[in-house]
Design a protein around this ligand. Sequence first.
Ligand code: ADP
Length: 569
Amino acid sequence: MKLSENAIKVLEKRYLEKNEDGNLIEDVEGMFKRVAKAIASADENYTDKAGIEKIEMEFYEMMANLEFLPNSPTLMNAGRPLGQLSACFVLPVEDTMEGIFESIKNAALIHKSGGGTGFSFSRLRPKGSAVNSTGGVASGPISFMKVFNAATEAVKQGGTRRGANMGILRVDHPDIMEFITCKKDNSEITNFNLSVGITEDFMKAVEYNLEYELIDPKTKKPVGKLNAKKVFDLIVEMAWKNGEPGIIFLDRLNRDNVTPKLGEIESTNPCGEQPLLPYEACNLGSINLYNMLNEEKDSLDFDKLAETVKKAVHFLDNVIEANKYPLAEIDKMTRGTRKIGLGVMGWADMLCALNISYNSQQAIELADKVMGFIQDNAQKASQELAEQKGAFPYYEESVFAKKGIKLRNATTTTIAPTGTLSLIAGVSSGIEPIFAISYIRNVMDNNELVEVNPVFKNAAVKGNFYSDELMKQIAKSGTVKHMEEIPKEVRDVFVTAHDVRPEWHVKMQAAFQRHTDNAVSKTVNLSHDATTDDVREVFTLAYRAQCKGVTIYRDGSRDLQVLNIGKVQ
Ligand code: ADP
């Protein structure tokens, strides 16, 4: 198995099984075997022992060849006592003291198992409203969000990974201004990503520079008005300042809600790619597109891709069965809709191997073609599973019943960030451009190691311009954009996140969104000197291009940046 040193380190720290003394009792191969066995066992009612072994082998090979990986909790917990396999959850926050603290407790249980939680705080009465039972005044959604944040902070000490949350407030909630500015100081509410829940009415009001009404969620009555453009500008200014808040288009999430009779979609998971109903969970998995290339790595093998999609859908559907849910309500909802989220990683590496620039029309057309192909094949696989095992239990309540399309899963596709998965597979994450062509990593004893993007290394060796010195030179800025000693055709193809203009980031996100049931995780990178007008332009483009949300990040706008060109840890 060809895993990088970095990947093995991450796996050893968090993913591989250890005994009570903290010593490893499995290796990477053992992990994939454990996972394959646990997930294949969900077929026990459908086939015999030999059949199970065959499925187990298929699942094992797909992971060991780094063609497909399920989300982190599945790798960590499958076949182990905890058994919680989903990355994404959404929990309701009711406007009662019991409801709020019930939700905090449930989030703690989910974080402990490696899952991330999303919440809408829109149902909470605004700050200053009356509390009937005490005669006091309510402290409002933002103050309760801080309690959720503190609970997450405490749980992260003992959990499998640090907890992640999404917090959403509707743009027509009376406390919206406080929400938009509440992470102005970066040291506040650190365990949350925040998004403003935008409506179509609001966007129209922005366009025509009109006022819009603020609605008290408890009384459902208008309690004030704000100028939409001013609110939008404040969101833009804050996002420019440090990337928060993002925005999500609530009406679009609900337009694509395939089970509207079961409830309204109020929130997504922490990174925004998975809209869910309250108490729904979803397990994700990603196909490594770089490993879907042919042997020569010069064209995409669509037969292999089709085969992998089919096996991946089977795998993810089995995860729903094998999963041990942290709450009875979650068990019921998740088994009821059987949502899965199949996505991709290594997209940028694949484009580079094919000599296609990320920021080109050709790349956008290929995105349409590849994701369209994955979506069609995933739906087909889900239909076949429905024929064999039955449609998802809430099928009759879904929009598919009217169309007569029987599916095993209410949704099949999602583009996840693949933060850890892409590191394990050694490819570019999700659909993001390459972050840096090479970078310096500090290793033990103060030694520095130059890490080079493997696809670039191949191209450099092939093109006869590889040298350790050059790679070190590139690591200073991460980009090869201005390096005359590298052939122009190579520089045009190996573009990094910062070389790609924001509009191409948005176009790529939109292309994948056109063929994705759920949503797309994407960060639109802006240079440090980008202006608030540039941010406004990105938000507007994303809205027009039918994205479901958008997150921006201006380089250097947070003191503690996870990835730093030139000084990556
Ligand atoms: P991975 O590569 O580890 O499988 P992703 O980076 O693709 O995970 O993230 C997918 C989803 O997993 C996120 O949107 C979020 O719901 C959940 N998640 C990611 N990181 C964390 C974390 N540290 N704690 C809890 N949940 C997380």
